[in-house]
Write a protein that binds this ligand. Structure first.
Ligand code: SF4
Length: 473
């Protein structure tokens, strides 16, 4: 069984952000590709596979246990997050009460680069294996080793396993280089209709384009868990996956997943050209991540022609001092310039902002607020920075936060250290900015008089609006 366990809806497949979807402003749930990759690889090795995203299907614990009793799995692979880890461990305890022989493999970015000291923070007595990163490569090898004994478990990199009840850690020595070695995620087992692009109301597939990021943002997990070298898939492989989604599953909307899609201009240009010169031109719609200083007008024009409808940008802050301290390597001026350029070509923008860094005062936050309104992007997310285990931010304040970060997420359960603005201040600031932003007359009119607005998309906007207001009531 490959599952996201019942409970709160986290972006479990997105190791980098692990966002609590319902507590966020406008984030849409992404497909469970991490499970899909493993499903494909295991089916190729003749395992039978059961895959389910329980939270996305709004299923309960009882639904899981009905499936569990019927399927009688030999092993369960569970994707966890920093926010859900304690909840997931309790869930696993219940599984082991029913059948202690079931092998439990728990995967999550927080297990990357773990130590014995880290393990002592948790009760892993009911867990058999931990995987920290690259689970799409590692889990199939591990499962094969457990059940077919083709390889020694002790020789598999990137896992932690038990030896006479003591945890042994096998570090991941190098990131797998050839992403084309991966099969496509098994979308016949994934319920694609659960993962909707709210802007079109159509299923949206996530397509991995590349992994890794050369930048040094101190709060970000990407360079930690995916490396600083950008590893790219071949254009042929990417295009075949897009075409398979289109022809086999009737999927026309895509999220092109890269840590920074536009960090490699050649890759973007080649991929866009491939789409432009294919039968998919004008038939597919996609979104991708970028940053304020890795995008130029020529690339924007190319992306638009190839079907890009929205670019997500991590602006993070309106304070140059804050941007410098977080090693973002952009300036406020860069943010203003790139936003004007993208708007000129009528591509939507999803702006991401962060508050709550240890050095930040009201002054920094007010500059960020000012920038949010000035940029006036189509959608925003204002998160309270989470010092994820493994990041430079975590290391710099770990004594102060004393591991209180585990089990927390960016929106609901904050941490505080002596240096922080208070939790109440940050939460109230976020609430004020987010509500004010979305309840502007100009913003509502712009959304309602969009010429592409269908009734169903209108309903999606209403749904997100209600979610937003509900979160603050
Ligand atoms: S640019 Fe910064 S925030 Fe974006 S993926 Fe790279 S390190 Fe992370």
């Amino acid at each position: 069984m490959l599952i996201y366990p019942p409970g709160e809806v986290y972006q479990r497949g997105e190791d980098r952000c692990q966002i609590n979807v319902n507590a966020s402003v406008a984030n849409a749930l992404r497909a469970c590709n991490d499970l899909g990759y493993i499903a494909s690889a295991l089916k190729n090795k003749n395992f039978s596979v059961f895959l389910k995203d329980y939270p996305a299907e709004k299923l309960k614990i009882t639904d899981f246990f009905n499936d569990f009793k019927r399927e009688k799995p030999d092993a369960i692979f569970i994707s966890t997050t920093n926010g859900s880890i304690f909840y997931d461990l309790d869930f696993i305890k219940e599984i082991k009460k029913i059948n202690k022989e079931t092998v439990i493999i728990l995967k999550g970015a927080i297990f990357y680069n773990i130590s014995q000291e880290f393990i002592n923070n948790f009760d892993f007595s009911n867990v058999d294996f931990l995987i920290g990163a690259e689970s799409e490569f590692i889990a199939p090898l591990l499962i094969d080793a457990i059940f077919n004994k083709n390889e020694e478990i002790t020789s598999i990199q990137g896992i932690a396993y038990k030896n006479n009840n003591e945890w042994e850690i096998n570090k991941l020595e190098a990131f797998p280089d050839n992403l084309d070695d991966l099969p496509f995620p098994d979308r016949s087992l994934m319920k694609n209709s659960l993962y909707i692009n709210p802007d079109t109301n159509r299923p949206m597939a996530t397509i991995t384009i590349s992994k890794g990021c050369p930048f040094d943002c101190i709060y970000c997990l990407s360079p930690v868990i995916s490396g600083k070298k950008i590893r790219v898939r071949s254009i042929n492989s990417i295009f075949r996956e897009i075409s398979e989604c289109f022809s086999k599953y009737n999927i026309k909307d895509f999220f092109f997943k890269s840590d920074t899609f536009t960090a490699d201009k050649n890759l973007v240009t080649e991929l866009c050209n491939r789409i432009i010169h294919s039968e998919l031109k004008g038939k597919v719609n996609w979104v991708a991540n970028s940053r304020a200083n890795t995008l130029d007008e020529e690339t924007i024009i190319k992306m638009k022609e190839a079907g890009c409808s929205m670019i997500a940008i991590g602006y993070e802050s309106g304070s140059d001092e804050s941007l410098l301290k977080m090693k973002k390597n952009i300036s406020v001026e860069d943010s203003i310039r790139i936003t004007a350029l993208i708007k000129k070509h009528k591509i939507k923008i999803f702006g991401f902002f962060l508050i709550g860094f240890p050095w930040e005062t009201e002054k920094h936050l007010n500059l960020t607020k000012e920038l949010i309104f000035k940029l006036d992007t189509d959608f925003i997310e204002l998160s309270i920075v989470t010092p994820f285990f493994g990041t430079e931010l975590y290391s710099s304040i770990k004594e102060k936060i004393n591991n209180k970060i585990f089990g927390k997420d960016s929106f609901k359960y904050l941490i505080s250290s002596d240096n922080y603005l208070s939790e109440d201040y940050l939460m109230n600031f976020r609430k004020e900015v987010v509500l004010k932003y979305h309840l502007r007359f100009k913003y509502i009119i712009k959304k309602l008089f969009n010429k592409n607005l269908t009734f169903q998309v209108f309903l999606n906007y209403v749904k997100y609006g209600i979610r937003l207001i509900k979160n603050y009531l």
